[in-house]
Design a protein around this ligand. Sequence first.
Ligand code: HEC
Ligand code: HEC
Length: 148
Amino acid sequence: MNIFSYFHYKIKLMRNKLFVIGIGLIALISINAIKSDYEPDDPWAGYEPQNLQVLPPDTDPYVLGAMMDALNDALGVKCSHCHTRTDDGLDFVSDDNPTKEVARDMIKMTMEISHKYFKDTEIDGQRMQLSCMTCHNGEATPVMRPAY
Ligand code: HEC
Ligand code: HEC
């Protein structure tokens, strides 16, 4: 069993708990984006997600949109890095782009680590947290320093 399937297994056991963690994670990474970027005439208005397997299935579309923008920033990519290109543009519901599944695993991993190890830790009144940016820092594949 690799580490991702291990989390998948645990995630199934922890569905209810994860709902809360998921909301927390989304709120943490996106609260500023929501405030600044998402106005009532936003194109996300009324969007009903159809294929959320890690995030709560009824995630608010503004929160979802803000989170997706945050993924673009953290990895320095465009939406098409994880979503499927079609002749009519991107298909966000489709799972045909394998990177989407990697990203699902990464989201699960990040939530799991945040929940387990960053829960009660505060520095200067700020709650510590792990995010995609912590490791990726704007790169699709985290850049390592050469080991001398
Ligand atoms: C790093 C990978 C990644 C990037 C970049 C990304 N997404 Fe996503 N997106 C995902 C994953 C993973 C899911 C599914 C989450 C789940 O299963 O809970 C998703 C789900 C969605 C959904 C919900 C589809 C549905 O109805 O089920 C929409 C809409 C979406 N993304 C739009 C976008 C847009 C717009 C962008 C660019 C601004 C974007 N995504 C960038 C990984 C990504
Ligand atoms: C603890 C560090 C860490 C965190 C946090 C993290 N990642 Fe990663 N991620 C990695 C590493 C390391 C790799 C590269 C693995 C390799 O190729 O050797 C990677 C690879 C990926 C890839 C595959 C890249 C490719 O081009 O195939 C995606 C997609 C990805 N991460 C998305 C995310 C998203 C989205 C988040 C936040 C929800 C996230 N990661 C959080 C460390 C992390």
